[in-house]
Design a protein around this ligand. Structure first.
Ligand SMILES: Cc1cc2nc3c(=O)[nH]c(=O)nc-3n(C[C@H](O)[C@H](O)[C@H](O)COP(=O)(O)O)c2cc1C
Length: 333
């Protein structure tokens, strides 16, 4: 798949996820072979005003291609935000028209833009005009079941110069309920000639094969399935090209991955924020293996997820994430 002049040889991408796909997580996913990784959405107004949080989110050192997702409600902010992102090394600008969160849609951005396609187009056109790099668009199927207008939006976006679309197969009003509608994504794919990435409820290699088969999409995007598994996106990509799944990190290697992730978070956010940002990831690493979760005493779990002492947390990571490896070896023997 090509977007502008850029070739993407692995058709499995990490989804943009606020509070999850920050630079440390994207770096790890890339290292494990993700086809591409997309930044968390960044509010254009905040970026234009130089807010620290937005400036941190726009960073993309060691990530190739650096895809920055922008959210906004007015063309002028989108144009300005896109330029700033580009000046910060963005290779591709992705526009968010899929976020269902009330605090985003009540500000008429994210998926609320799907309620007024004429207005949505002004944002797209302004963004495309503002930068000399490819612009892509992420959307849902529509606002609700009565307004399934993603095909219309995708066609108009293509005419306006957008070079790829990603479709999450739910409406905004569904939030994350029910199942993503993969055939509906396939119908949108048929109506455009730019690449389409299919998204929604892909948790493993088998799901990825099925969504690609159903939608005939150029690629697949994985979000929640990668919680606690930064290797998943790359491993699914490997499966699609080689027909086999690499072994998941375990034992000492898993400990190294988690420790590195932990240290990257502390460096990226600073100690205070980093310690708290790390907790949800540590919790997902635990939940990713039910056996390990079962064998981790409550007192250790609690300390891991609440301690403000980074040395204590690191020691616990070494103990907890090596333990299941020893158990498996013991059980197998
Ligand atoms: C915690 C969380 C944060 C998200 N943040 C964003 C975001 O910043 N931008 C965006 O376009 N989508 C965002 N999404 C939606 C995901 O990119 C994706 O479309 C959705 O989770 C469906 O894919 P999945 O079933 O693989 O998780 C978010 C989803 C979650 C769960």
């Amino acid at each position: 798949m090509h977007i502008g002049g850029v070739k993407f040889s692995v058709p499995v991408w990490l989804a943009p996820m606020s509070g999850v796909s920050d630079l440390p997580f994207r770096r790890l996913a890339m290292r494990f072979g993700a086809g591409a990784v997309v930044s968390e959405m960044i509010a254009c107004e905040q970026l234009s005003e130089g807010e620290d949080e937005a400036l941190l989110k726009v960073k993309g050192d060691e990530v190739f291609s650096h895809i920055v997702q922008l959210a906004g409600r007015e063309a002028k902010w989108m144009a300005l935000g896109a330029k700033i992102a580009r000046d910060n090394g963005a290779d591709i600008i992705d526009i968010n028209m899929g976020c269902p969160a009330k605090k985003v849609t009540s500000g008429y951005s994210g998926s609320a833009l799907m309620k007024d396609l004429d207005h949505a187009l002004t944002l797209i056109e302004a963004t495309v005009k503002a930068v000399d790099c490819p612009v892509t668009l992420k959307m849902r199927l529509g606002w609700d079941d009565k307004s399934l207008n993603a095909a219309d939006l995708a066609q108009r976006a293509e005419e306006a110069g957008v070079q790829m679309v990603t479709v999450h197969g739910r409406t905004r009003c569904q939030f994350y309920k029910g199942m993503a509608n993969w055939p509906a994504i396939g119908a949108i794919k048929e109506s455009i000639s730019i690449p389409l990435i299919a998204n929604g409820d892909v948790k493993n290699a088998c799901d990825a094969e099925n969504i690609l088969e159903t939608t005939k999409a150029s690629g697949v995007m994985i979000g929640r399935g990668a919680y606690g598994k930064p290797w998943l996106v790359g491993h699914v990509g490997h499966y699609l090209s080689e027909g086999n799944l690499p072994t998941e990190p375990e034992g000492a290697y898993l400990v190294d991955v988690i420790l590195e992730h932990y240290e990257m978070l502390l460096e990226h956010y600073g100690l205070e924020v980093g310690l708290r940002a790390a907790r949800k990831h540590l919790s997902w690493y635990l939940e990713a293996d039910k056996q390990r979760l079962k064998h981790t005493p409550l007192v250790e779990r609690k300390k891991l997820l609440t301690s403000y002492d980074m040395h204590e947390v690191k020691d616990l990571i070494r103990i907890i994430f090596n333990r299941s490896f020893e158990k498996q070896k013991y059980q197998a023997a």
